[in-house]
Design a protein around this ligand. Structure first.
Ligand code: AMP
Ligand code: ZN
Length: 113
């Protein structure tokens, strides 16, 4: 997808600190971390947001969630973590390529919004 920064990260055109990669997904450290560990997990296929998940691409989302426990454990998150996916303007989604934030490494705030 032209002009998508996460597609450019997957392609290696924008540098990132990789946490995990396989043929379907890529995980990398957030450039502006909001917790001691802040990783983004994205599908290599461009999907704009949670709103773009459907019958034909939902397998990639299942795969992301199958991989998240190992990505979190490899990042040292042995005492829990939070998964967040912002969808659309009210949620302040700033990059329109589906991504799941993994946040952890401290006691997180009990409020989510
Ligand atoms: P969201 O606001 O939910 O769309 O999340 C987008 C996230 O992407 C933010 O937490 C940004 O800090 C992060 N981000 C934007 N550009 C980059 C980049 N080049 N490398 C790593 N993370 C990025
Ligand atoms: Zn993209």
């Amino acid at each position: 997808m032209d002009n998508c920064i996460f597609c450019k990260i997957i392609a290696g055109d924008i540098p990132s600190k990789k946490a995990y990669e396989d043929d379907k997904i890529f995980a990398f450290y957030d450039i502006a971390p909001q917790a001691p560990v802040h990783i983004l997990v994205i599908p290599k296929e461009h999907i704009a947001s949670v709103d773009g998940i459907n019958d034909s691409n939902s397998g990639i989302v299942a795969h992301i969630f199958e991989c998240i426990p190992r990505i979190a454990a490899d990042a040292g998150l042995t005492n829990g973590f939070r998964i967040v996916s912002n969808c659309g303007d009210d949620a302040c989604q700033s990059v329109k390529h589906l991504h799941f934030h993994i946040l952890g490494g401290k006691q997180l705030n009990g409020e989510m919004a």
